[in-house]
Design a protein around this ligand. Sequence first.
Ligand code: ADP
Ligand code: LRH
Length: 484
Amino acid sequence: DETFSAAAVDLGASSGRVVLGRIGPERLEADVVHRFANKPYRDDERLCWNLGELFDGIVNGLARARAADQGLESVAVDSWAVDYGLLDADGSLLGAPVHYRDSRTDGIMDTIRQRLGDEHLYAITGLQFLPFNTLYQLLAEGPERLERAATILLMPDLLTHALTGAVGAERTNASTTQLYDVSRGEWAAELATDLGIPRRILPDIHDPGDPRGRLLPELRERVGDDGRIMVRAAGSHDTASAVAAVPALGERFAYISCGTWSLVGVELDAPVLSLESAAANFTNEVGVDGTIRYLRNVIGLWPLQECVREWAVDGGSASAEFAELLEAANREPALRSVFDPDSAELLSPGDMPERIRKLCADAGLPVPETRAAVVRCILDSLAIGHARAVRDASRLSGRAVDVVHLVGGGSQNRLLAQLTAEATGLPVLAGPTEATALGNLLVQARAAGVLGSQAEARALVAATQRIERFEPAGGLDWSPWIAA
Ligand code: ADP
Ligand code: LRH
């Protein structure tokens, strides 16, 4: 039997899931065997991730995957980028991992940019300037805590450590820290030292697919494993895994990995480190097989998630109430009021409908009063953000783009897919929804020798997964909005 059984642990900012995959040269089946909410909490002052709950979700999910398939032989973890836990010399966690949307980093990025200069920082790291990059979070820890720390483990590495005891950093996610030298392919040790971040806390780097260890004995019992399961590194940055599963058959494509964030860009062989690229805030993150994810963070479905949270509407994939809200937004007039999706005011949680109304009012546009009008305003604005980023990615990298692949939870939003096709003027291929988990699984299958190249893996996604095409029809002129 040539079928390979693996589980992907995929943690998004809004939910986590364990996906059981069965993969062969012409087979790719993936079932979500466990899905759990990812709910940050506020301790005295900080917004934190609930590591204990996430870990329980993972172990319970792996137990379900093992019960469903006795042949389960491989597991890998991916999650959102930049966040981490610090371990002390005894291997104990120095406090809960802090959420990247916490205010502890306020002001730090600006200070560092002034001190070192964008040109210097970008030439080394190629990373976009986001206030919550790991670099700035580490500086927010303060010197005493950095002194006490023995190692930093990014979220997927922290969970891999909890599963196996192994310590290390996986490359695709290391590349999101702004402490990684994208040209040399190693930690930017000098930059770290200059900023007072001890070099010793940055662990050895591993590549996607590398074996990381067996489950710890106490977990084998909970999972029902007899020591057979190998935990591997995935492309542990969720966006790296999502892009690895984009069902593109050629080179002339852009992708939008759309969930809490929309990550919008193209795939390249080498980084673009021009000042123009830095000014447009494009990033050069490392992908599977050493590719470069040349992209920009666009606000994504975060404002919509925050609105439905405020309205106490279930925004989950099977919610009828959510589907009705999107239907109502579809009936609203297009491009009535929009906001700049790059507005820094929208990054933190809370009070989202009011903040959106204020942005519209400040811009002298009609204020969206009803829920349907607010949702329409969000989706129109997001489509504008998508179009602007696709255009700039292509222009700054010189890569021609004929088609846009929309993947992730947001690819189920048909209105958003249609608006994105209209705004970009390009056909949009929507799906797969669980691209991240699929990309995680495909890397494991390649490491196990079940699949060959990345191109073969992508062709397998294209041949087996449901993908819907949206044409750039519609009589509206989006260009003034994109230009503004
Ligand atoms: P993340 O990985 O960042 O947690 P996901 O990729 O899971 O995000 O995407 C979550 C988003 O997908 C939700 O915020 C929601 O807007 C969208 N979504 C989920 N299910 C549906 C659905 N059935 N119809 C439309 N949109 C959906
Ligand atoms: C998407 C993502 C994105 C990062 C953000 C913090 O889940 O990993 O690529 O910028 O989370």
